[in-house]
Design a binder for this molecule. Structure first.
Ligand code: PEP
Length: 226
């Protein structure tokens, strides 16, 4: 079963997200062996009751509810029956200052509540070229439970996210083998995946996390179809 996940980031408003979800869901009756996830913007979350699509949250604070201005919490996800969350995306780490410690605290909180957790890791070009890439990736996963049954590990090299520069097959394979030596969790790849390169990547790892090419039903459907 391959995992195909779309991260809308801060794109598509509520109306266009609902239109997208209905339209995509209605095209997926003949698709099998694919687990399809969409992570919409927080204000576009809706009831998680589609036939073929599982909705997840791009982010949430690690609390039931409370005084956390600007954040949503478990309470808000439960309202929509959402049981999937993206944690440690590079934009959360680099733009919003989420450290490995914060990401691990989030992980533990949502793990205790049996969430499907997509946990992102990935090196910068500088780290890759320093020769310490595997050490760095190891440190990014050192604080989370790699035996957690509901974990999906998303390898997203920073230099490939939103750049149009997708990692080469041998680079993805190397990291895939390395991470598989650490965990039995599915390992998916993200970084400039599109309808042209997706099927090769899906032949190497357990799935893809797609940013910009997930924003149009047509291109995302092509990726799903494989
Ligand atoms: C992402 O941000 O998770 C991502 C993979 O983005 P893109 O596909 O646009 O590179």
């Amino acid at each position: 079963m391959k995992i195909i996940a779309g991260n809308f980031k801060s794109n598509l408003n509520r109306k266009s997200t609902i239109g997208f979800l209905k339209s995509l869901d209605s095209t997926l009756d003949n698709i099998s062996n694919k687990e399809i996830y969409i992570f919409p913007a927080t204000s576009s979350l809706v009831e998680n009751n589609f036939k073929h699509i599982i909705l997840g949250a791009q982010n949430a604070h690690y609390a039931e509810s409370g005084a956390f201005t600007g954040e949503i919490t478990l309470h808000h996800l439960e309202e929509f029956n959402i049981k999937t969350i993206l944690i440690a995306h590079s934009e959360r780490r680099n733009l919003f200052g989420e450290s490995d410690e914060i990401c691990a605290t989030k992980f533990d909180f949502f793990k205790e509540r049996d969430f499907r957790i997509f946990y992102c890791i990935g090196e910068s070009l500088e780290v890759r070229e320093s020769g310490k890439m595997l050490e760095f990736l190891d440190s990014q996963i050192s604080k989370i439970d790699l035996d957690y049954q509901n974990l999906v590990l998303a390898y997203e090299p920073l230099w490939a996210i939103g750049t149009g520069r997708v990692a080469k097959a041998e680079q993805i394979s190397e990291i895939y083998r390395f991470l598989k030596s650490r965990t039995n969790a599915p390992i998916i790849y993200g970084g400039s995946v599109n309808e042209k390169n997706a099927s090769e990547i899906l032949g190497i790892c357990d799935g893809v996390l797609v940013g910009s090419a997930s924003l149009k039903v047509e291109s995302f459907y092509e990726i799903i179809k494989g």
